[in-house]
Design a protein around this ligand. Sequence first.
Ligand SMILES: NC(=O)c1ccc[n+]([C@@H]2O[C@H](COP(=O)([O-])OP(=O)(O)OC[C@H]3O[C@@H](n4cnc5c(N)ncnc54)[C@H](OP(=O)(O)O)[C@@H]3O)[C@@H](O)[C@H]2O)c1
Length: 262
Amino acid sequence: MVERKNAWALVTGASGGIGKDIAILMAQRGYDLMLVARSEDKLNALAAELASAHGIRTRVIAHDLSVPGSVAQLMNLVGTDIAQVEVLVNTAGFGLAGRFAETDSRRLSEMVQLNVTTLMELTRAVLPSLQARGTGYIMNVASAVAFQPCPHFAAYGATKAFVLSFSQALSVELAGTGVSVTAVCPGSTATDFHQVSGSDRSFVAKLMDSSEAVAREGVNAMFARRSSVVTGIMNKPLPLVNRLVPRMWMANAVGLLFRQTR
Ligand SMILES: NC(=O)c1ccc[n+]([C@@H]2O[C@H](COP(=O)([O-])OP(=O)(O)OC[C@H]3O[C@@H](n4cnc5c(N)ncnc54)[C@H](OP(=O)(O)O)[C@@H]3O)[C@@H](O)[C@H]2O)c1
């Protein structure tokens, strides 16, 4: 059993996929865990498993983060434990694939609320206590699609461009404070994501990294206080390619990858 840190890691999107694997890695490092998502049964099962395996404290907060005002409610639920939060991991998110004009308007707003507004508000809400502690880590899960326009995933790609830009800017602002921000940019990853997003019939859904590998690379980058990391060997050249190739060429190429194939 590892030594307990006596500090909380608050992980959103911890009920499955990348967020669940990040939570497991944080437990292995001795962090107590606040697990947030909507699926209470999955969170309870994970909390029980990790508490018994690692002797850590766990809190399950079943909460819909795609609703305006949800971050303020979440902070009320977290209560005074906020002072002991050392790590914030913003993983909760989803995509909406297909032609933009045919995408459900209500779901689009929920996606922007979750991927952008909630991530930004939660970062703003947790940051003062991290700064007061003099040390802390924030991980924001962006995506490899953040680097270029993404036809057939247009609004989703734009939410992740926000996450990358916001996180990198913040990491500069916070330099020297003991608090770091890391944007993690996974490529296509084997989780429920493509099914939820309706992108499971696209070419990229066939090229998937494991969720465990993405989580491990992300957590290592966060504790190394890197401002960003692109996970997966195939995706590493993306930032450089995007600097060399005209933006609309990239948009056209990526559009082919995200088009539904059957
Ligand atoms: N998989 C990929 O190919 C890929 C690639 C690049 C980036 N990403 C990003 O990685 C992050 C994690 O996705 P994933 O691949 O692990 O997908 P996933 O398996 O579908 O997990 C998404 C997580 O977000 C939670 N979530 C969704 N809607 C929520 C809501 N309204 N309120 C609270 N929690 C909510 C889900 O829990 P509940 O359903 O229980 O609420 C789940 O825990 C996302 O930000 C995604 O955009 C994924």
